[in-house]
Design a protein around this ligand. Structure first.
Ligand code: SER
Length: 595
């Protein structure tokens, strides 16, 4: 079964069970202060898991593009990917454990759907601890469906609890489904605990009923939700009897294309081939969502992926500019599912420009690195002392002069048995640039919190968006947004630095809106009607039949998940604290609300 068919079957099945089908949300989370990318299918749904009403109802299903950078160093093995797709279904206070498990079982085993024999399935459930009891109920439901007791294992929180994605937020115990990939039939004692390598997890049903608090305690959520997730690539590979995701039709054409450019075969240089395919897939999907390589945040991750792919291109003997060739192939495979890839030309130019820029310095940089190694050898010969670390300053020079992301220097170092002083690099970086990457820690971070401060800043973001389009023109559209309790950050399209007058005019617009104390109202409208009503919003990236439109009278009308304040006077006073470039044609504003 091809991934395409699996994706479609999944959505069809849950549609039959009364779920609204939501296409993928963008890779850039909206208004989420703590993560750079969408990391799970539930991610865009957090406000609704916390109790906001979803315009499409209480049963949802989606396929979601995700980026996880935590395991980037593992990419190249059989399973790890930075970009992947996740299939999921949700109950927002609708059905709970029993139906969730029954749905999963039916989809997996019914001949009409995946038709997996139940002998090839094994289950894990939550073992219980001080925070929540053992999930005997889940076990009973699985048993009632014909899964024998010896195939059900109880595992602790580290295995069978999902979330919160960060420090706080929705979470709960889960039950996971494993598929037998071993030879022959599984033995009676075989389960995911005793026979880890032969059972591969394919689906995760989370019973999301807690809200983890900052003090580490678990508060019951307003509503009991179900959040499930199935990794598309991995499950497709397993169902096809393939050993790795790279053997599926999602990757094979990409690897073949790389082979036409390389001096080595896939067999000879498997890891490099896979890194190139994975990283360029992630970078292409990022470009589809408007990310541009830069030295900050999402742009930095994208740059790092492209540059790492280019270096691995060198390792397999690719001499020409190639990232855009591979990106084209990727677009070809993915664009009917992800219509945002239709901006093919812009995506290919982004790749080409980044590659051209890096090609100018990479060879010199690699020579510089060789010199460094030579220097270490000479020092060893002279003093008898082995240098085992690349200093922060040396790493910073490779970054600043030759564009080597620190992670690339670390990788090069590792290949020669050297560590890199990352801390020293950060210090050199900070000393050199006023723009710090403090935001770097946010990769692993959590989901948005709905404090009063972030809600106010969220409303201010809508006003800012309108103000920018009024003052600068219709092109000044949102490209990203990130809110913490202290400030908002807003990225938008605009070619030039804003003048002082423009900044003052934008501030005035927002402050006039606040002074008017206009009430904020919300309406759920069909997408087309919302567009016609003049509401702004990331329509190209929003799907689903119904959207919420937040109306702030003459000041702003925009589609959004919420939440917002009730009237604009609650914002007090708006001030822009920074306006800067973050890439060609892209600007960033930071702003605060003061009393
Ligand atoms: N949030 C869970 C996961 O990512 C289920 O969707 O696995």
């Amino acid at each position: 079964m091809e991934a395409r068919e699996l994706r479609q079957k999944y959505l069809d099945f849950f549609k039959e069970k009364g779920h609204a089908v939501l296409p993928s949300a963008p890779l850039l989370p909206e208004n989420d202060p703590t993560v750079l990318f969408t990391t799970a299918g539930m991610h865009p749904l957090v406000p609704y898991l916390m109790g906001e009403k979803h315009p499409d109802g209480t049963r949802l299903t989606s396929f979601q593009k995700c980026i996880r950078t935590g395991d980037i160093d593992e990419v190249g093995d059989d399973t790890h990917l930075t970009f992947f797709e996740m299939l999921g279904n949700w109950s927002l206070g609708d059905y709970f454990k029993e139906d969730a498990i029954k749905f999963s079982f039916e989809f997996l085993t019914s001949k009409k759907w995946l038709g997996i024999p139940k002998e090839k399935l094994s289950i894990s459930v939550f073992k219980g601890d001080d925070d929540a009891p053992p999930d005997h109920q889940a076990t009973d439901i699985w048993k009632s469906l014909g899964i024998p007791e010896h195939r059900i294992v109880y595992l602790p929180k580290s295995d069978n609890w999902w979330g919160p994605a960060g420090q706080t937020g929705p979470c709960g115990p889960d039950t996971e489904m494993f598929f037998w990939v071993g030879k022959g039939k599984p033995g009676k004692e075989s389960n995911p605990e005793t026979d880890e390598t032969n059972w591969v997890e394919i689906w995760n049903d989370v019973f999301m009923q807690y809200d983890k608090q900052a003090d580490g305690t678990f508060k019951p959520l307003k509503q009991k939700n179900v959040d499930t997730g199935m990794g598309l690539e991995r499950t497709a590979a397993i169902l096809q009897g393939k050993k790795t995701v790279y053997d599926t039709e999602l990757f094979e054409p990409i690897l073949k294309k790389i082979a036409t450019l390389s001096k080595f075969s896939y067999k000879e240089k498997t890891t490099s081939y896979r890194i190139i395919a994975d990283h360029l897939r992630a970078a292409t999907m990022m470009a589809g969502d408007g990310v541009k390589p830069s030295n900050l945040d999402q742009g930095y991750v994208m740059r790092r992926l492209i540059r790492r792919a280019i270096r691995h291109g060198k390792l397999i003997g690719i001499e020409q500019s190639f990232t855009h060739i591979i990106a084209k192939k990727i677009i070809h495979i993915m664009s009917d599912i992800y219509p945002e890839l239709r901006h093919e030309e812009a995506i290919l130019i982004t790749m080409k420009e980044e590659e051209e820029q890096f090609q100018k310095t990479i060879n010199q940089g690699l020579r510089e690195f060789e010199k460094l190694l030579k220097g270490f050898e000479i020092a060893f010969e002279k003093t008898g002392k082995k240098i085992s670390e690349i200093s922060g300053k040396q790493a910073f020079r490779l970054y600043d002069t030759y564009g080597f992301p620190i992670e690339m220097t670390e990788e090069l170092g590792n290949e020669h048995g050297l560590s890199t002083d990352h801390k020293g690099f950060d210090e050199a970086f900070k000393a050199h640039q006023e723009l710090s990457r403090a935001d770097k820690g946010t990769f692993k971070g959590g989901l948005q919190d709905h404090s009063w401060e972030t809600t106010r800043l969220h409303t201010a973001t809508h006003l800012l968006h309108s103000a920018l389009m009024k003052v600068l023109g219709d092109h000044a559209k949102q490209r990203g947004s990130n809110i913490t309790a202290q400030r908002l950050r807003f990225d938008f399209s605009h070619p030039d630095k804003m003048t002082d007058e423009q900044i003052a005019a934008v501030e005035k617009y927002v402050n006039d809106a606040i002074a008017s104390d206009q009430p904020v109202t919300m309406k759920v409208l069909p997408l087309e009607e919302a567009k016609k009503s003049g509401a702004i919003g990331l329509f190209e990236q929003k799907y689903g039949d119904q959207v919420k439109v937040y109306d702030m009278g003459p000041w702003s009308k925009e589609t959004c998940g919420g939440p917002h304040v009730e009237h604009l006077g609650q914002l007090s006073h708006f001030k822009i604290t920074k306006e800067q470039s973050i890439g060609a044609g892209l600007r960033r504003i930071k702003a605060v609300l003061t009393d």
